[in-house]
Design a protein around this ligand. Structure first.
Ligand code: NAD
Length: 329
């Protein structure tokens, strides 16, 4: 049968993407919800046919332990809450998907991984682009050196973040656009090259709106050194729109623009346009995890990858703060 997923936090992403995707999944379904907003319950109950016994508040969250309908808890809360709610789900004996970034500190990532291990459950991260055919093609072209050795990867992701949301709070988000959207660029560079960066330099962008960005960076850019003299130039912003992942190799350039959206990727290679049938990325991502659990194999986007990326994000911030090149170990 299908594995049951409970979504924790019914905000924009859960409501707009994950819930609807769970109507298209083959190996899992939306079995339950956890919310602090009772007014949201009726619409979810009706749309997804969720029985009352599978509807939780933050107060009785831990009693999810006694509910055999729930196999997987999917944490879709602000970034600083991923660790606590994932760890409590492991203590309740459930498998966990945490949204990105997995946590706001490496120490929290370690605690999450340890809790998964102790419970003998799996931790997966909401890295939906590993299931997108256009981004998978970037991985193939880069790691199989289809156009020769890579020389450089550039990427940028940004949007205009309005005031008054947790994304602009260092406490809740752990940082600014780097934590929220720069992480996609870091991911893109790593999966396109199949490599891990060894050092980084970074520069904070100018704050043209210091009131809105009193807590976090408005924008920043960074430069990774990858093995073999491959350079990774990334940028992230909350002050305008950008969305690309461009790889330069010996025999030409391949790129996605846009690269990171829920759909609508456009890709080009030295031989012309990429041509793939779009998929529902979130449905593929959740089905792949459910299938891994059923088959007792590992998530391809595990907690260790989430931790690795938080380590890179912290190294970028350290480089930005110090103005120095930071070695990544
Ligand atoms: P959102 O603000 O729309 O939703 C957050 C939810 O958390 C809300 O329902 C809010 O009520 C709830 N919440 C509970 N306690 C809270 C508290 N103390 N403060 C603030 N909110 C609280 O945010 P979102 O865009 O849905 O993002 C949620 C998570 O999902 C984030 O970690 C984000 O990075 C991630 N996300 C991932 C993707 C993706 O493509 N993988 C896309 C969007 C968001």
């Amino acid at each position: 049968g299908k594995l049951g997923i409970a979504l924790v936090g019914l905000g924009g992403y859960a409501t707009g993407q994950l819930g609807p995707a769970l109507l298209q999944t083959e190996h899992c379904y939306l079995a339950g919800i956890v919310t602090g907003s009772p007014d949201k319950i009726p619409a979810w109950k009706e749309k997804y046919k969720i029985p009352d016994k599978n509807i939780y508040s933050y107060d009785n969250y831990d009693s999810i332990r006694n509910n055999p309908d729930i196999d997987i808890v999917y944490v879709v809360l602000p970034n600083n809450m991923h660790a606590e709610y994932s760890i409590r789900a492991f203590q309740a004996g459930k498998h966990v998907v945490s949204e990105k970034p997995m946590a706001i500190t490496v120490a929290d990532c370690d605690r999450m991984i340890a809790a998964a291990k102790k419970a003998d459950r799996q931790l997966s991260v909401g890295y939906r682009l590993h299931f997108d055919p256009f981004n998978k093609e970037m991985m193939r072209l880069g790691t199989q050196k289809v156009y020769g050795d890579l020389q450089k990867i550039r990427g940028g992701f940004g949007f205009k973040a309005e005031a008054g949301q947790w994304r602009l709070s260092k406490e809740y988000a752990g940082g600014g656009p780097l934590m929220d959207v720069g992480i996609y660029v870091v991911q893109g560079m790593c999966y396109t090259s199949g490599m891990e960066p060894i050092a980084v330099t970074a520069i904070e962008g100018q704050k043209t709106d210091p009131a809105r960005f009193k807590d976090v960076e408005q924008s920043l850019s960074w430069k990774f050194d990858f093995p073999g003299n491959i350079v990774g130039e990334g940028e992230a912003t909350y002050d305008g729109s950008m969305n690309y992942l461009t790889a330069t190799a010996e025999k030409g350039q391949f790129e996605l623009k846009p690269a990171y959206n829920y759909g609508g990727q456009k890709g080009t290679t030295p031989e012309g346009a990429m041509n793939f049938t779009p998929v529902n990325q979130q449905a593929k991502q959740m089905d792949a995890f459910a299938l891994a659990l059923k088959n007792k194999t590992r998530s391809i986007v595990p907690g260790e990858m989430g931790k690795r990326d938080v380590k890179y994000l912290q190294a970028i911030y350290e480089a930005m703060r110090t103005g120095k090149k930071v070695e990544i170990r």
